[in-house]
Design a protein around this ligand. Structure first.
Ligand code: DAT
Length: 175
């Protein structure tokens, strides 16, 4: 952990629907980490440069997002939830978790979410091609990247538990 941070920062990334928000919420409940949902932040603080009709999503402004988060990331104690991971400063994170979901399971979750067909198949394809895993391994030191399955409730529980244990270990000196 960077010396100036009292508490660590964790990034939870993965294709939409892999369970980032659910996982982050549970970890945040069990630790002193604050859940930072970057998608919500983009919407609430207008950190975008418009709407992409083709992909039905905001065109995010990466610089604005990093500026908005810089101070709180320097203080530490954040669990950041976002489906991209290559534009954050590498120094921000002590642990990077990439959630992975089997394509049939992911398809059903995104269908339930009402994604348009194009967006749905793009995301499932992204998952099959391991796009986010590759992005994470290219952006952060391999030792801090953990690729975890997120198909079942048991996976969810285990992912939360191991992250809470990790957190306790790295913060045992913090009062
Ligand atoms: P994300 O934030 O990655 O888009 P989410 O946390 O909103 O994903 O989860 C999408 C849906 O899938 C939601 O209904 C909760 C469910 N879910 C997430 N992780 C799961 C898991 N490991 N097992 C079963 N269901 C899960």
């Amino acid at each position: 952990m960077e010396a100036k941070r009292q508490l660590p920062n964790v990034l939870v990334t993965g294709t939409p629907g892999t369970g980032k928000s659910t996982t982050c919420e549970q970890i945040a409940e069990a630790t002193r980490l604050r859940h930072v949902n970057v998608g919500d932040l983009v919407r609430s603080q207008d950190l975008h440069c418009g709407w992409d009709e083709e992909y039905s999503c905001h065109i995010i402004d990466e610089d604005k997002i990093c500026d908005a988060l810089e101070d709180q990331m320097n203080r530490g104690g954040n669990i950041v939830d976002y489906h991209g991971c290559d534009f954050f400063p590498e120094r921000w994170f002590d642990l990077v978790i990439v959630l992975q979901t089997d394509n049939t399971v992911l398809y059903e979750r995104l269908e339930k979410r009402g994604y348009p067909q194009k967006k749905l198949s793009e995301n499932v394809e992204c998952e099959i091609m391991h796009v986010i895993v590759q992005e994470a391994l290219e952006s952060y030191r391999e030792e801090i990247v953990q690729v975890l399955p997120s198909n079942t409730v048991e996976d969810l529980e285990s992912n939360v538990e191991r992250t809470v244990q990790w957190y306790k270990q790295v913060t045992c000196h913090v009062r």
